[in-house]
Design a protein around this ligand. Structure first.
Ligand code: SAH
Ligand code: ZN
Ligand code: ZN
Ligand code: ZN
Ligand code: ZN
Length: 492
């Protein structure tokens, strides 16, 4: 929800992390999140519950004011509605089906594209009018190529790693000495791990996938997949499912585990950080009761969320590595002249232990002792490699720091800004809200289409705001504005 997490803004929404013991009402996606609408004047802020997973009211229309009295009848109706929306097969059934499916003869193995379902022979008839295709053993091992990415659905926007990024991640965690990977929203990484295990060249790596996309349950054993919502740390199959994570982390006492998460990019940094913290706590308790270590984590997210992530996890560092995706035309690697990906790795593992590939344009900065993007030149005055966005930044002696190449020092604002910024201190900025120009309004902005495309990137929740929030807020929150500005500024 791009309309969340405004930090102290007078407008917009903030998401509140639930107090222990206080239960939020449930929608089909588990406990909802509590949002606070900050008001402009002296009005008291209003709080309401809305779905944690869906940004589009079409996908989940749950809405309830915090102080709203909900009748028994309504609660009952809601409960049965939540049950109804639960998926067809239980996970146990899915596993049994998979065992059966795997033992079928080649010509019997079929996948229904309309239903996104592996079919057993007895079901072929019922799907005969659907578009069904044969499934090879190789395809069965690569569910992410068989399943249609949920990319038009705003809620679960699925952007799959390119081979290169998936291999980089896998090679990196192996090189760092991990042999267990907790894949949170990274189905393709999970799949790559399992494929590599088949090669039997390297030591085996154990992997557990936690994802909200239940279609993946068709392909994995119960101890390899949990139907999970990372915005509220909710396991859809309750205890039996959270026990799978518990067992995985228990095993990790002997082994070295790392979490790799690639959440939808729409914001909601706080609830994500909260879920990851809970996971880390579970891990820590299993390690040794009085350990204060954190579980090693890699959180994949756009660079312009750096301040927000560091606010939640001060020990994290952002790496220069640009993660790219197969099914996102804008977010490919920069080398061939295409747009550079803004997606980075945030981690609590020592940044200098990550060796970024030289042949992809990274170099070792011997002063910073870490690998950086080739255009990220070390600044002797700042004593660091300053670039965040992949471009070469330049030092401003007045600001006493390095700034984006497109910025110029403005003596009125007393800082570096885009040359065409609204040069006024007033809050009610006239002119364009996207690029800062005073010559036009946002509607007429030449960057608008471009920034719209940018917004439509991996999980970046689309504007206008989700219906549920749209009705409640007139303007976007600080987070949305910043994310958008960052996205727009990128193109300058
Ligand atoms: N790059 C990754 C995929 C990232 S796309 C890869 O190639 O493996 C984001 C993933 O998060 C998708 O798999 C999606 O199903 C999952 N997801 C989206 N919302 C989620 C939620 N609320 N909880 C858990 N997983 C979620
Ligand atoms: Zn079908
Ligand atoms: Zn500098
Ligand atoms: Zn300056
Ligand atoms: Zn403009």
């Amino acid at each position: 929800m791009e309309t969340t997490e405004s930090h102290g803004d007078s407008l917009g929404l903030e998401v509140l992390i639930p107090e222990a013991g206080k239960e939020a009402p449930c929608c089909p996606h588990g406990p909802t999140l509590l949002f606070e609408k900050l008001s402009k004047g002296g009005e008291a802020p209003r709080r309401f519950y809305a779905c944690s997973a869906c940004r589009d009211r079409k996908d989940c229309n749950f809405f309830q004011w915090e102080d709203e009295k909900v009748s028994e009848e309504r609660l009952k109706a809601r409960k049965s509605e939540n049950q109804l929306k639960r998926v067809g097969f239980t996970q146990q059934q899915q596993c049994n089906r998979f065992v059966k499916f795997a033992s079928l003869a080649v010509h019997e193995k079929r996948f229904c594209q309309d239903c996104q379902l592996l079919l057993l022979p007895a079901e072929h008839g019922a799907h005969s009018a659907h578009s069904c295709a044969a499934v090879s053993t190789a395809q069965l091992r690569r569910p992410s190529t068989l399943l249609r990415p949920l990319e038009n659905k705003k809620s679960y926007a699925q952007y799959l790693f390119t081979e290169r990024s998936a291999h980089f991640l896998l090679d990196t965690v192996t090189a760092l000495g991990y042999n267990m990977v907790l894949c949170v929203g990274t189905p393709r990484l999970h799949e790559f791990i399992k494929l590599r295990n088949l090669e039997e060249k390297q030591p085996l790596i154990k992997s557990l996938l936690l994802d909200i996309d239940y279609r993946y349950a068709q392909f994995y054993k119960q101890e390899e997949f949990c139907h999970y919502n990372m915005f509220n740390h909710h396991f859809f199959n309750g205890e039996s499912s959270s026990a799978v994570l518990q067992a995985f982390l228990t095993e990790s006492q002997e082994e070295r585990v790392v979490m790799v998460a690639d959440p939808p990019f729409g914001g909601l940094v706080k609830p994500l950080a909260h879920s990851f913290t809970l996971m880390s706590q579970t891990w820590r308790k299993l390690q040794s009761p009085d350990s204060d270590a954190d579980m090693p984590m890699i959180w994949i997210f756009p660079y312009f969320f750096e301040p927000r992530i560091l606010e939640c996890f001060p020990s994290f560092a952002m790496l220069d590595y640009q993660v790219d995706y197969d099914n996102h035309p804008l977010y490919k690697h920069g080398k061939t002249g295409r747009k550079q990906s803004p997606v980075r790795l945030f981690t609590n593992i020592s940044a200098k232990d990550f060796i970024l590939p030289k042949d992809e344009g990274y170099r070792l900065c011997s002063v910073c002792e870490r690998y950086v993007w080739s255009l990220n030149k070390h600044c002797n005055k700042c004593n660091l490699c300053p670039s965040k966005d992949g471009r070469e930044w330049k030092h401003c002696s007045l600001c006493e720091k390095c700034v984006k190449p497109s910025w110029k020092h403005c003596t009125t604002c007393e800082r570096c800004c885009l040359p065409e910024h609204p040069c006024s201190q007033s809050d009610e900025t006239p002119g364009c809200f996207t690029c800062g120009s005073l010559k036009h309004k946002r509607r007429a902005c030449p960057l608008r289409t471009q920034s719209r495309q940018l917004r439509a990137k991996p999980g970046m929740r689309k504007t206008p705001s989700p219906a549920v929030l749209k009705q409640k807020t007139k303007r976007k929150s600080g987070a949305a504005r910043r994310a958008k500005k960052a996205a727009a500024a990128q193109s300058h």
